[in-house]
Design a protein. Structure first.
Length: 346
């Protein structure tokens, strides 16, 4: 068509648009800007909220590196399959949360879930049946992985996997709806700690020492700060709806203080586990994330601003985004410290 240069007439790599879209979705959990339908990869990343999947990747890395540091005999094939399984479980959890919260009327056009990122059903990206089908397929894949790993490593795999599934489903699904009763935050602590790290460690080694369970808790605390921040951000909506998340129960000011305490507990627990020789000394590299923590800690000392002071693609989320920055930086440094410990033994 006249006025539209062909791809061969420009210097632009036709793949760059796709890569840009994928990066945008991963960074913001929002659909890529621009007209037209999303490409399949962008759509899947958006539906599964893949931008938060790195938290699970870090949990898998922690499990594998702990096994090497402790000198355990690692079955790397089963480890890899377990890592794929927990990432799939996180995807399934995100899909089910959107499905169940829509079903009970929590997710609506004026609720934060549809404000920081368009709800896939409310925005017309996918039908409710389509979203349910996606969740069913991913859960079926996770079930197959569980059966294979159970046959290879024994019944505890089933306990880890079913425990994670039941807690994830009950987080939003009736009749329990753990989030509604102040139990969502403890659920994240258990899932991202003993279940994800412990379960992956067991799949890789066939053992689950108590020291590994303890070592799983510091990073799980960081993951829980992300949910605490998100629920602090959503207090005005959740309180009005009768959704008694932990921040709603505690009150906004106390919830901010508790989250600050969780940040402190992360660094303190890393130090304590290093002293106890559960973690390698190199784990103390997490202190390099203190500048990011300082900015986040300062923000948590004040109420949420009326508007974001800088461009924020996930507004009205404020505290959640800040917690995620700390979790990403400190989690990455924790993995680096474990890697050094696994290689050098210190």
């Amino acid at each position: 068509m006249a006025g539209i240069p062909a791809a061969s007439e420009t210097n632009e790599d036709p793949r760059s648009g796709l890569f840009h879209s994928w990066r945008y979705v991963l960074a913001t959990t929002n659909p890529p800007p621009g007209p037209g339908p999303m490409d399949p990869v962008s759509k899947w990343l958006y539906l599964t909220r893949a931008g938060v999947l790195p938290m699970t990747l870090v949990a898998a890395a922690i499990a594998g590196l702990l096994a090497v540091y402790r000198g355990a005999s690692v079955a790397w094939g089963w480890y890899t399959l377990a890592a794929v399984g927990i990432i799939g479980a996180h995807m399934a959890n995100n899909l089910m949360n959107d499905l169940f919260d829509l079903g009970v009327g929590t997710d609506r056009e004026d609720y934060p879930r549809n404000l920081y990122s368009p709800h896939p059903v409310l925005s017309g990206v996918i039908s409710r049946k389509g979203l349910a089908a996606c969740a069913l397929v991913v859960n079926a894949i996770c079930l197959a992985i569980m059966l294979v790993l159970t046959a290879a490593q024994g019944w505890p795999i089933t306990a880890f996997a079913l425990g994670g599934f039941l807690l994830s489903a009950a987080y939003t699904a009736p009749p329990l709806r753990l989030k509604k009763h102040g139990l969502g935050e403890p659920t994240v602590l258990v899932v991202w700690g003993p279940l994800m790290v412990g379960g992956t460690y067991y799949a890789a080694t066939g053992t689950i020492p108590g020291a590994v369970v303890l070592a799983s808790l510091p990073y799980a605390l960081l993951c829980t700060t992300v949910l605490m921040g998100k629920h602090i951000d959503k207090i005005p909506w959740d309180a009005a709806d009768g959704t008694h998340t932990l921040p709603v129960i505690l009150g906004e000011r106390t919830a901010r203080r508790v989250t600050q305490g969780m940040f402190i507990a992360f660094y303190a627990s890393i130090a304590a586990l290093v002293i106890a020789r559960v973690l390698p000394v190199a784990s103390l590299l997490v202190v390099a994330s203190l500048p990011v923590l300082r900015r986040t800690f300062t923000a948590y000392s004040s109420p949420k601003p009326a508007a974001s002071p800088f461009p924020n693609p996930v507004w009205p989320l404020w505290f959640a985004a800040l917690s995620f920055l700390v979790t990403r930086r400190a989690g990455g440094l924790f993995v680096l410290g474990l890697l050094i410990g696994a290689i050098l033994g210190w």
